[in-house]
Design a binder for this molecule. Structure first.
Ligand SMILES: [Fe+2]
Ligand SMILES: [Fe+2]
Length: 282
C-alpha cells in the first residue's frame, strides 16, 4: 500500500465528530438560526451542560454572580462561544495525547492549538475581524492533520529532517517523503467532519496563506498566530527553526509590528487560560 493510501485509510478510522457538535455547527451556518432550537439540542446532553456551567463560572469569565442554568450561560456567552466550548471539549482528548512524530510531548499539541485559537481572537479583535467563531475554530483545528500524520512522520523522520536541513520547509518535506502534508490532510479531515469551507481552507493554507484562494485575511491571521506561537516556544520544534513572522504578514492582516509588543504582554494570560481549559476538560 502506498503511503498516501495508508494515510487516507487512517483518516477514515478517526472517530466522527459527535452528532451534537455537527448539529450545532450546522445550525450556526443556517440563516434561520434559532437560539431556542440550539438550546433544545444542547440540553439533551447533561455532560455538556455541566461542562458549559463550569467554564462559565471559571475565573476567566470573571462573572460576579454564579451561573446556574444552561439558559443563563447561553445568554451570557452567545452561540459562537458556546460552539468554541463544545469543540474544545471534543478535541482535547485527541490533542492532549503526545504526537511523537512531531516531537510533541503529551499536552503540547493542545497547548499550541488552544494558544493559537486564543491568540488569533485577540489579533482579530485588534483588526476588527468580526467572525470570531471561524477564527477560533480554524486556529484550534489548524494542525489537526498531525493527529493522523504523526505516526508516518515518526517512521520517516530521518528523511524529513535531512530535507529540512537542506533548506526545505517542513511541510514541503512531508509532501516529498509522505506524499501529503499535515495541512492538506487536516483540511481533508475537517471536510469529512462537515466543517464549513472557510475553516477547511484556513487549515489547508495555514503554512502558505499567500496561496489561499479565498478568506485571505482569516487565513493570514491563523498563519500569523501559528508563527507567533512557534517563535515563542509554544509549538512544535520539529517543524524546524522558529522563523519570525514576516512584516508582510502583519501588513496583510492590517496589524502594525508594534502591536506585537502588546500581544506578547497578553501571552501569559493566554497560556494560563489554555492550561486551565486543559485541566477542566481532561
Ligand atoms: Fe502546521
Ligand atoms: Fe501549528
Amino acid at each position: 500500500m502506498s503511503n498516501v493510501k495508508e494515510i487516507l485509510a487512517k483518516v477514515g478510522n478517526l472517530p466522527p465528530m459527535p452528532a451534537v457538535v455537527q448539529q450545532v455547527m450546522g445550525m450556526m451556518q443556517d440563516p434561520n438560526f434559532s437560539f431556542a432550537k440550539l438550546m433544545e439540542t444542547i440540553r439533551l446532553d447533561p455532560g455538556i451542560t455541566a461542562h458549559v456551567l463550569r467554564i462559565c463560572n471559571s475565573p476567566f469569565y470573571g462573572l460576579r454572580q454564579e451561573v446556574t442554568s444552561l439558559h443563563q450561560a447561553m445568554v451570557l456567552m452567545g452561540s459562537s462561544q458556546l460552539m468554541e466550548i463544545l469543540l474544545s471539549r471534543e478535541m482535547v482528548g485527541h490533542f492532549q495525547r503526545g504526537q511523537e512524530g512531531y516531537r510533541l510531548a503529551k499536552g503540547e499539541l493542545w497547548r499550541h492549538s488552544m494558544a493559537c485559537a486564543l491568540l488569533v481572537q485577540r489579533l482579530g479583535q485588534r483588526v476588527g475581524f468580526t467572525d470570531e467563531g471561524a477564527l477560533f475554530t480554524s486556529a484550534l483545528m489548524h494542525d489537526v492533520g498531525k493527529l493522523v500524520l504523526s505516526e508516518f512522520v515518526s517512521k520517516s523522520f530521518a528523511q524529513i529532517e535531512q530535507l529540512v536541513e537542506q533548506g526545505m520547509s517542513f511541510v514541503a518535506a512531508e509532501r516529498q517523503v509522505l506524499g501529503v502534508d499535515h495541512a492538506l490532510l487536516g483540511a481533508a479531515l475537517a471536510r469529512q467532519w462537515n466543517f464549513p469551507e472557510v475553516i477547511v481552507g484556513a487549515i489547508a493554507f495555514h503554512h502558505a496563506p499567500d496561496r489561499a484562494p479565498r478568506d485571505r485575511q482569516l487565513t493570514h491571521l491563523v498563519a500569523l498566530a501559528n508563527l507567533l506561537c512557534v517563535s515563542l516556544g509554544v509549538g512544535p520544534s520539529a517543524e524546524g527553526l522558529a522563523t519570525p513572522a514576516p512584516a508582510t504578514m502583519f501588513k496583510e492582516v492590517g496589524l502594525k509590528t508594534r502591536d506585537l509588543d502588546m500581544l506578547l504582554l497578553e501571552l501569559k494570560d493566554i497560556l494560563d487560560q489554555a492550561e486551565y481549559l486543559l485541566d477542566l476538560a481532561s
